[in-house]
Design a protein around this ligand. Structure first.
Ligand code: HEM
Length: 142
């Protein structure tokens, strides 16, 4: 999906607009806290471990590199292929959309420009959809 807002993709522009590591950590904390408390995300919450501390740190580290900042995930946890990592979990359209809606709720809480919120949801749709396809392929085989 292409975006009308092009400059966020350049270098670390997205990372900076998102408030660097502190801002991303807040976005991810809110994301998982919403997932943990809202009935709307029960299905995807149940897929995660009870304690979300590590999940929060991993997503924060991943998004830092993904937004053009420090590549903290590979530094701390090693390399990751996002679609292949998730493929063992059954993720269809419903689960993909729950994840994206949860992220949209978290974005709504952040003091970000509207253009950044729109851009991030558009861009996150791409790996989320790749995850759905990888999961479908894996589960069709078995
Ligand atoms: C499509 C919907 C998605 C679902 C249902 C989902 C679900 C999950 C689950 C269940 C875990 C394991 C957490 C645990 O061990 O407690 C996980 C880990 C993770 N997810 Fe997702 N996820 C989705 C999309 C995404 C997207 C779009 C990204 C990145 C942009 C992402 C990044 C990560 C990372 C970095 C981890 C940690 C991997 C590791 O343990 O090494 N996820 N996800």
């Amino acid at each position: 999906m292409s975006s009308s807002i092009t400059n966020y993709g350049v270098s670390s522009a997205t990372y900076q607009a998102a408030g660097e590591l502190k801002g991303i950590r807040q976005l991810v904390d809110d994301f998982y806290n919403i997932m943990n408390t809202s009935n709307d995300y029960k299905i995807i919450r149940a897929m995660h471990t009870g304690d979300l501390t590590i999940s929060k740190d991993k997503l924060t580290c991943f998004l830092s590199g993904w937004m053009g900042g420090e590549r903290l995930f590979s530094e701390k946890y090693g390399s990751i292929n996002i679609p292949q990592f998730h493929a063992f979990i059954k993720i269809g359209e419903k689960e993909r959309d729950q994840w994206l809606h949860c992220m949209q709720e978290s974005l709504a809480k952040q003091n970000y420009p509207e253009s950044l919120k729109t851009y991030l949801i558009e861009q996150l749709w791409v790996p989320a959809e790749r995850i759905r396809i990888a999961s479908k392929q894996r589960h069709e085989k078995s």
